[in-house]
Design a protein. Structure first.
Length: 401
């Protein structure tokens, strides 16, 4: 096939059934038969079954030649840095990547893109990297999906890594999924465990499935590289060793690597959000049990006294009581604070998926059978609207704030 998707002009009768089936508005009927705009088409395939005349065909991408899989070597980590500061999740990925690389007898390599970021290379080496691929250019100063993805793809095509790990953050999710589609491989999102299958050497990628009720172990045996994303606070970083030695390879960037259809105009921090909940040591989290949005003021007051962040369950976020950036759980953020105070949160599995690894969990709930008490270190059965203000008063006295 000349194009990855084609409409046969002989088979198409111009019925137009495929046009509304395309979620990307990529099919049109300028003349008697349908035509696909390849600049809009994502090859999702939604149109194919709607054609009663089998006129639409998509090229099946072949699996990699099994003899070529062995050419893929080394474990890579895509570094997440913003403004010259490496995000903690990168160290977590390097810690996990180090274990995988040692098991495979391979090198751990970090891909570092940005501007004037060379000085960060030694830090990556101290945290376990053997090699750093450095893409340094003014056009890469702030994250943009297209150039970051293009740089990564070129590196992958040149050096053929066996595994590439990404942070399951907005940037990591964007680059990972784009790169996986372009180079025709699989990507397992939001992994909670990574291991090597001793029999095959394949990466075993564990992640929650079916609403968190089972853990699925996913393999990518026929394609390379194997790609996975991991949320912040799930893996453990290694202790840095400033004596570690490594190699820094500066990439010769081409203009086509840096081309982008978007440009960054400004950075506007989210209004009202003062603490990044993934980094807070203490979180006070409100759920549906706090009953109305105004009661987040009570949560906020306790948070201020304890110098904590404010988090929330999805029920509170869905009710528009607080912004999504505060949501903890399977479809929110994963947090690992020293202290998590769950206020009026029932403890459904999807919420626990984001906070169960907190060191100390205090649950306040009027229902003594609420599942949150199964994982709580300390439980307080009672009305959250009375207990939280009482806690705030006592903490103020104790901490003299
Ligand atoms: C695919 C999927 C993804 C999801 N992702 C997430 C996610 O990321 N994060 C998340 O949180 N949820 C998520 N959910 C939703 C999840 O299943 C629950 O619906 C949600 O966590 C419930 O929030 P809640 O505990 O605040 O509310 P509820 O389950 O309604 O619990 C409210 C609790 O407050 C208690 N209560 C009521 N009044 C008081 C009072 N006055 N004093 C003390 N206690 C009181 C009640 O006893 C109850 O236990 C997801 C669901 C699905 C299907």
């Amino acid at each position: 096939m000349e194009n990855p998707i084609e409409i046969s002009s002989e088979a198409c009768v111009g019925c137009g059934q495929c046009i509304p089936a395309c979620p990307f508005d990529a099919i049109d009927m300028p003349e008697a038969t349908a035509q696909i705009d390849l600049t809009k088409c994502t090859l999702c395939g939604a149109c194919v079954p709607t054609c009663a005349f089998d006129a639409i065909s998509i090229e099946e991408k072949a699996a990699a030649d099994p003899n070529e899989l062995g050419q893929y070597q080394n474990i890579w980590v895509m570094v997440e840095q913003h403004g010259g500061t490496i995000e903690p999740v990168t160290y977590e990925l390097l810690g996990e990547g180090r274990k995988l690389a040692d098991q495979r007898g391979m090198k751990l390599c970090a891909v570092l893109a940005g501007h004037q970021v060379e000085a960060l290379s030694q830090d990556l080496i101290a945290h376990g990297a053997d090699m750093v691929y450095l893409a340094d250019h003014p056009e890469l100063e702030s994250f943009r999906d297209e150039p970051y993805t293009k740089v990564l793809i070129r590196l992958i095509e040149t050096h053929k890594p066996e595994v590439v790990l990404f942070a399951a953050t907005a940037a990591g999710r964007s680059v990972g999924s784009r790169a996986a589609v372009k180079i025709n491989t699989g990507l397992t999102a939001d992994c909670t465990g990574l291991a090597i299958d001793p029999a095959t050497g394949n990466l075993l990628q564990t992640r929650p499935a079916f609403g968190g009720n089972i853990m699925a172990v996913i393999e990518c045996p026929a394609h390379r590289p194997q790609m996975a994303s991991v949320r912040p606070n799930v893996m453990t970083p290694t202790e840095p060793d400033s004596a570690r030695q490594g190699e820094v390879i500066t990439i010769d960037l081409q203009p086509e690597d840096l081309a982008s259809r978007t440009k960054r105009l400004a950075f506007v921090p989210e209004a009202g959000s003062t603490v990044n909940i993934t980094e807070a040591n203490i979180l006070i989290s409100g759920g549906r049990g706090i009953q109305k949005p105004d009661n987040f003021a009570m949560i906020q007051e306790l948070a201020e006294v304890l110098q904590a962040g404010v988090a929330a369950s999805r029920a509170a976020v869905d009710a528009n009581w607080i912004a999504y950036s505060h949501q903890v759980g399977q479809t929110g953020k994963t947090v690992c604070p020293k202290l998590y105070i769950a206020c009026g949160i029932s403890g459904q599995i999807q919420h626990l998926a984001g906070m169960a690894s907190a060191e100390v969990i205090v649950a306040i709930n009027k229902d003594p059978d609420a599942p949150i008490f199964d994982i709580a270190t300390y439980g307080i059965v009672g009305d959250v609207l009375e207990i939280v203000p009482a806690l705030t008063t006592e903490c103020k006295k104790l901490l003299k704030r």
